[in-house]
Design a protein around this ligand. Structure first.
Ligand SMILES: [Mn+2]
Length: 195
């Protein structure tokens, strides 16, 4: 059984389609018009073992903010749709990931409430054409719409490219762990009976 989500969202600023299979094999087809962002979404799919298709056209003549944030909204909604009732999932996931000189920790709770913390200092404002501050905007939008807690700590790092890549890879692996089924706990992963 594959858990999938399919989101279409059109506003005056962006037109986005996201297709997600969280029980995939890491295949990605990504087109956002922002090269580095495509690279990050490909890494997300690969390290979360998701099959992910993102087709986005946005008002890039303004800047990259609407496109990146709205893709985050759609990816978050697709995660929530794919998780469904969440019965039998591990719910919690974490990863400590080295990326050359950079070390990142990510921790996730698919518990139904949004909360995002990112402790990261980017040495540069840009990676290629990509605004480094958009890393925060993307994951804030994902957590708000997937209804999960996400805490990401960049312990240290020199290269903004490595720091961004470490954040996406560590979060991807934490999401994969949290969404996996736990055969010993087949019910809802909560004593409250709801998530
Ligand atoms: Mn890279």
């Amino acid at each position: 059984m594959s858990r999938t989500g399919h989101i279409q969202r059109k506003t005056k600023e962006t037109d986005i389609q996201v297709q997600l299979n969280i029980d995939g094999q890491g295949h990605a087809q990504i087109q956002t018009g922002i090269g580095f962002f495509d690279h990050m979404l490909e890494l997300l799919a690969r390290h979360a073992a998701w099959d992910l298709r993102v087709q986005a056209t946005g008002d890039l003549r303004v800047d990259q903010h609407h496109t990146v944030e709205d893709v985050g909204i759609c990816v978050g909604q697709a995660i929530r749709e794919a998780l469904g009732t969440k019965e039998g999932i591990s719910r919690y996931g974490y990863s400590v990931l080295p990326m050359e000189e950079t070390l990142v920790t990510a921790a996730v709770d698919l518990g139904g409430r949004p909360y995002f913390v990112l402790l990261a200092d980017f040495p540069s404002e840009k990676i290629g054409q990509f605004d480094t501050q958009l890393v925060h905007d993307f994951w804030q939008a994902v957590t708000n719409n997937a209804l999960c807690n996400l805490h990401v700590l960049v312990h240290y790092g020199r290269s903004s490219h490595h720091i961004a890549e470490g954040i996406f890879k560590a979060t991807a692996r934490a999401l994969r762990m949290a969404a996996q089924f736990d055969p010993r706990l087949p019910d809802l992963p909560s004593t409250k009976g709801v998530l």
